[in-house]
Write a protein that binds this ligand. Structure first.
Ligand code: GUN
Ligand code: ZN
Length: 440
């Protein structure tokens, strides 16, 4: 039996706390709705037991607060919902910025040797701790992360996230062919280990499990079939994989699965599309694939720093949007070059510029918050400051560096200030991150 995900996150302190600052969040997608952004220049967020009680203008809300309510004063800074990183690899933390290769060679040369080390649970625990701390230092409070083939690597990451009360989705990588022996599982063992991990972790506080076939080329049809079956048998569980990232990879998938119409069709044939199915990259797709993703409720993770770093290609956000596909943003560390979702938005902007597309600051911050939550089917719990949501937020300092301060001082609109933050900001701009209302 799978546990249903808990609808209420663990309560922290039953008492009220208030957080004052400039509040920016989204009630809807600003690309479709001009009134989607809500802004309180001097705002207050009231948190009760880790959840948003109310969010509004300061004078009104402060007047209503019971005397003695603790108040965190972030005036002069922006308060936004915590960032949602929809695709990242924790075992690749130590190979970020490895020189010179495109995807398939990069996997062989850097990734597989790094992942081998996760056979050692002590190594996995040490990296998992660093990784979660680094996410929070960058304002990321929710992530969908890959572990390695080792079940203990999943335990290590769930433990580290649990200790920090983060929302985290992860799973054991399934990989039973076309990989080094030291990382190769079998279809049967991968299936059994995934099941045991689902039982152990899925729905425990804020943790959620993702069935994780690495990508079609490293799984046999039998493993793909079992992964699809597991996905069907466990409602509420996620499935995450990679799709159409690199042209050599696309050709390879076509050779291995000649009966499939397209790379996406491989996943479809094995029952791996649907709500909570999440595919990183999605660069080399046609409109039939995009329509199928939209129809099935499958989501794309747009990973701009990775796509530029590995020379993979340019993600067509406009087309994904036009066809109604759910899209979130991913850092994809270690092919991605930053844990910062601000830096990731910076490169998203440039990827779209190269295709004659524009990313407004409003759309960008929506993508990094409520849009990401929507792509993960978590927008009923996180992503904005609607009453009842889990009170995860990031505090951004527009004067964090001399250049940011100078450029921000010249801004006249909120959109301009947000744009400057995403172009010039990084971890230095994160003044604080709060998880369930409390400073991380
Ligand atoms: N495709 C299969 N595995 C990986 C990975 O670890 N990183 C990236 N960027 N693409 C992949
Ligand atoms: Zn990836």
């Amino acid at each position: 039996m799978t546990h249903a995900p808990s609808t209420v996150a663990p309560s922290t302190s039953p008492q009220l706390t208030a957080i004052r600052g400039e509040i920016v969040h989204f009630l809807a997608d600003p690309t479709h709705d001009a009134r989607a952004l809500e802004h309180f220049a001097d705002g207050v967020l009231i948190v009760r037991a880790g959840h948003v009680a109310e969010c509004g203008p300061s004078p009104e809300l402060l007047a209503k607060l019971p005397a003695g309510t603790p108040l965190a004063d972030y005036r002069g800074k922006l308060i936004l919902p915590g960032f949602v990183d929809t695709h990242v690899h924790y075992p690749q933390t130590d190979i970020i910025a490895s020189h010179g290769e495109q995807l398939l060679e990069w996997l062989e040369k850097y990734t597989f040797p790094a992942e081998r080390r996760f056979a050692d649970p002590a190594h996995a625990a040490e990296v998992a701790d660093f990784f979660c701390t680094e996410l929070l230092r960058n304002g990321t409070t929710t992530a969908a992360a890959f572990a390695t083939v080792h079940a203990a690597s999943v335990d290590a990451l769930f433990k580290a996230a649990h200790a920090r009360r983060m929302r985290l989705i992860t799973g054991k990588v399934l990989m039973d062919r076309n990989c080094p022996d030291f990382l190769c599982d079998t279809a049967a063992a991968g299936d059994a280990e995934s099941k045991a991990l689902i039982e152990r972790w899925h729905g425990r506080d804020r943790l959620l499990y993702a069935i994780t076939p690495r990508f079609a080329p490293t799984s046999t049809p039998t493993q793909m079939q079992l992964a699809g079956r597991l996905f069907a048998e466990h409602p509420g569980v996620y499935l995450q994989s990679h799709l159409a990232e690199n042209r050599g990879e696309v050709d390879w998938a076509a050779q291995l699965y000649p009966e499939a119409r397209s790379y996406l069709d491989v996943y479809a044939r094995f029952g791996q599309l649907g709500m909570r199915a999440l595919f990183a990259h999605c660069l080399w797709l046609d409109d039939a694939d995009r329509r199928r993703m939209a129809e099935t409720g499958s989501a794309m993770s747009f990973c701009p720093t990775s796509n530029l770093f590995l020379g993979s290609g340019l993600f067509d956000l406009q087309r994904a949007r036009e066809l109604g596909v759910r899209v979130g943003l991913g850092t994809d560390v270690g092919a991605g070059t930053s844990f910062s979702m601000l830096q990731t938005l910076n490169e998203a902007y440039k990827v779209l510029q190269l295709q004659g597309q524009q990313l407004s600051a409003e759309s960008a911050f929506h993508l990094a918050t409520l849009g990401g939550a929507h792509s993960l089917y978590l927008d009923d719990r996180i992503g904005n400051f609607a009453p009842g949501k889990e009170a995860d937020f990031v505090v951004l300092d527009p004067r964090a560096t001399p250049l940011l301060a100078r450029r921000s001082a010249a801004c006249t609109t909120l959109a301009e200030r947000l744009f400057v933050l995403m172009m010039l900001g990084d971890d230095r701009a994160v003044a604080a991150t709060h998880v369930l209302g409390e400073a991380a």
